[in-house]
Design a protein around this ligand. Structure first.
Ligand SMILES: [Zn+2]
Length: 187
């Protein structure tokens, strides 16, 4: 049994069936299915959670979002850019726009436009594909997306339901590796 680092009391560990992510991942609508372990002290109530492979999760979320047809909001543009680990300045140079333009996109002050948005999505999928092997995507389907705005509540995208699975990524690898996967069936 684990001991609480604050009070020395007994700590209960349980698997969370549906864990709503926090911070940026929460804004992206991420729900983690049967993956997260929650540790809670029985005496003082101090709680913490374990999320496996956070960099892999971020890559998975970015590639998954790149395949969804709803227009990217400013914070989502920023999430995809940061997931690729490129600065706003590098991003501006890649798309041959001013740095101020990137800032306006990311703060919802100016629309990105469908062509730039598709470039960002393709770049995201291409850059992060190796780190998000559990997400189905192809350059063709992204290029052919009909990107639309979310105009009413009925069109709000469903949460991004993801789970973490142990799979053998490479037949020559000695051990199975973990990989984040999307759950496409209705959550
Ligand atoms: Zn405690």
């Amino acid at each position: 049994m684990t001991i609480c680092s604050k009070c020395g009391g007994p700590v209960n560990t349980s698997r969370v069936a549906r864990y709503a992510a926090e911070n940026e991942l929460q804004k992206m609508g991420v729900v983690l299915i049967n993956t997260v372990d929650k540790h809670e002290c029985e005496s003082c109530g101090t709680a913490s959670v374990d999320i496996p492979d956070l960099p892999g999760l971020i890559a998975c979320v970015a590639v998954y979002r790149a395949t969804m047809p709803w227009r990217l909001q400013g914070f989502e543009i920023k999430f995809l850019r940061k997931a690729m680990n490129i600065s706003a300045k590098q991003f501006a140079e890649l798309l041959e726009v001013q740095s101020e333009t990137v800032s306006r996109w990311e703060n919802d002050k100016a629309p990105m436009g469908p062509a730039n948005e598709k470039l960002l999505r393709l770049l995201t999928a291409h850059t992060l594909a190796d780190r998000a092997p559990g997400v189905l995507h192809s350059a063709d389907t992204i290029a052919q997306l009909k990107i639309s705005a979310v105009q009413d509540v009925a069109q709000v995208p469903p949460p991004m339901a993801l789970y973490y699975a142990e799979v053998l990524l490479n037949k020559t690898a000695p051990e199975p590796e973990g990989v984040w996967r999307e759950e496409r069936k209705a959550a």
